[in-house]
Ligand binder design. Structure first.
Ligand code: IDP
Ligand code: MG
Length: 140
């Protein structure tokens, strides 16, 4: 089934000039871009986006990092794109993310406060619908 997913090039990726590289990998894989917009996330938006992480030890640092500058918000579409983009992104911890993945090739550990790993990708159809509605209310 054709589905849509919410992808973010996080502030570390945008600052390092890797937005184009992430878009290139999405398109090279064969997925299409439905929406692309530069956006600086507010604390309120992040509380919705990262609802499941509220109260965790890294939550405050995560919000500080994610609101530190613009992210590139992307909706991509394709057959099994939710699972497919998670695979392109690689494991959460960039130190051990497999080479060939976005995180494995382009990210590393910078500090122990928060993991900076270039991209976010929705992890299920339910998350994708929820996150697309948060970032692109007009598309939902
Ligand atoms: P995901 O982005 O691979 O889905 P999640 O577990 O949903 O990973 O965590 C959301 C984001 O929070 C991660 O991408 C990373 O930036 C940060 N994060 C996750 N776990 C930790 C941690 O243990 N310490 C610091 N930051 C973390
Ligand atoms: Mg997640």
């Amino acid at each position: 089934m054709t589905e849509r997913t919410l992808i973010l090039v996080k502030p570390d990726g945008v600052k390092r000039g890797l937005s184009g590289e992430v878009l290139r990998r999405i398109e090279a894989k064969g997925y299409s871009l439905v929406a692309v917009e530069m956006r600086t996330a507010t604390e309120e938006l992040l509380a919705k986006h990262y609802e499941e992480h509220i109260g965790k030890p890294f939550y405050e640092s995560l919000v500080e990092f994610m609101s530190s500058g613009p992210s590139l918000a992307v909706v991509a579409e394709g057959e099994r794109v939710i699972e497919g983009f998670r695979s392109l992104a690689g494991a959460t911890d960039p130190t051990v993310a497999a080479p060939g993945t976005i995180r494995g090739d382009l990210a590393r550990q910078w500090s122990t406060k928060v993991i900076q790993n270039i991209v976010h990708g929705s992890d299920s159809p339910e998350s994708a619908a929820r996150e697309i509605a948060i970032w692109f209310p007009g598309l939902a």
